[in-house]
Design a protein around this ligand. Structure first.
Ligand code: ADP
Ligand code: MG
Length: 317
């Protein structure tokens, strides 16, 4: 769906982005992970043509976007700006309505869509529609920024450190809600973050960036168990144990799990990580069950299964 080839941006003598290439399939989430200044924001801005590339190509659905008018392009892309980026003199509803207004949607359609999004994002419309951003908490501003990006239901969502300005606890809670939001289920997402935990929680693939280059682009378990070089290895060293458990999802080990009876309440789904399963096991000290959302089949998970899955990954080196 999105195909980026040797994208480069130079400012005078700074190479902000250096021959970056990647592709993202429809419905997948790519996370660009890296420390401050590694070129994440510049890469994202080029995708939306807020910044024009120095060289390189960007294809969306096989169309070269650099020969398309930017307005047309942005219609198909929601953009969540770094640090909320809400307009302070616009109410919540007006902030969310920015793009629909540009597209000249009828008033009634805009009002309905704004209320629908507020409702889905747990901001009761009657209470929040007409207030100004300054009166909102960080978590609420984050949701308004997300609602604005989702307003026209674009198939692609670009998100620049969407949880970056939140404190640790709020981040965690908002991210959990984010994963469960039905509006996001079919979206193709490119998300930028400096937070390793966040990258592993949300990414189908992660591109680890450094000094404008992608050092490795891979699935979470590949990055952790098969790092491309010493840089990648060193980058994850500090959290290695936890990341091993966070890089694998229950759906990846489904075939190694025994069937469970129908009388149990499933507590986890295939999208949960081994780390989350371990937390459940530690808290419940009873059995934990995984349910396949499509077939409704259930399987049992024990600590032994989790350990075996980790061993298996290590042996594949
Ligand atoms: P990140 O989002 O990963 O923190 P950025 O993409 O914002 O990194 O920046 C990458 C590099 O490009 C940095 O060295 C930054 O100073 C430089 N840079 C970004 N935007 C500009 C600009 N408009 N003019 C000059 N240098 C810039
Ligand atoms: Mg940035």
């Amino acid at each position: 769906m999105i195909d980026v080839q040797q994208l480069t941006k130079t400012y005078h003598d700074t190479v902000a982005v250096n021959e970056v290439s990647f592709s993202v399939k429809e419905g997948q989430t790519l996370v660009l992970l890296g420390t401050s200044g590694s070129g994440k924001t510049t890469t994202l801005r080029m995708l939306n043509r807020l910044t024009e590339p120095t060289s390189g190509k960007i294809f969306i659905d096989n169309k070269n976007i650099l020969s398309q008018p930017p307005e047309e392009l942005r219609r198909n892309m929601g953009y969540v700006l770094q640090g909320y980026g809400l307009f302070p003199h616009y109410s919540v509803a007006e902030n969310i309505a920015v793009v629909p207004k540009l597209l000249k949607w009828p008033k009634e359609k805009i009002r309905k869509r704004v209320d629908e999004l507020l409702y889905k994002l747990q901001l009761p419309p009657e209470q929040y529609r007409d207030v100004y951003p300054a009166t909102l908490s960080g978590g609420q501003k984050q949701r308004v920024g997300l609602a604005r990006a989702l307003a026209t239901d674009p198939p692609i969502l670009l998100m620049d450190e969407p949880f970056g300005a939140l404190d640790m606890l709020t981040r965690f809670a908002v991210r959990k809600e984010f994963k469960e939001l039905d509006e996001l289920r079919k979206k193709t997402i490119i998300l930028v973050t400096h937070d390793v935990q966040e990258a592993f929680e949300l990414g189908d693939k992660i591109g680890l960036m450094d000094k404008g280059k992608i050092r490795q682009l891979a699935s979470p378990p590949e990055l952790i168990f098969r790092p491309a070089d010493d840089f990648v290895k060193a980058f994850f060293k500090q959290h290695l144990f936890q990341l091993q458990w966070q890089s694998i999802r229950l759906k990846n080990i489904w075939n190694d799990l025994p069937e469970a009876g129908n009388d149990v309440n499933a507590t986890l789904s295939g999208g949960h990580t081994l780390w989350e399963a371990m937390e459940q096991l530690a808290n419940n000290n009873a059995s934990v069950y995984v349910i396949d959302k499509e077939t409704r089949l259930r399987r049992e998970v024990t600590f032994e299964h989790l350990k075996m899955a980790i061993q298996k990954q290590k042996q594949q080196n």
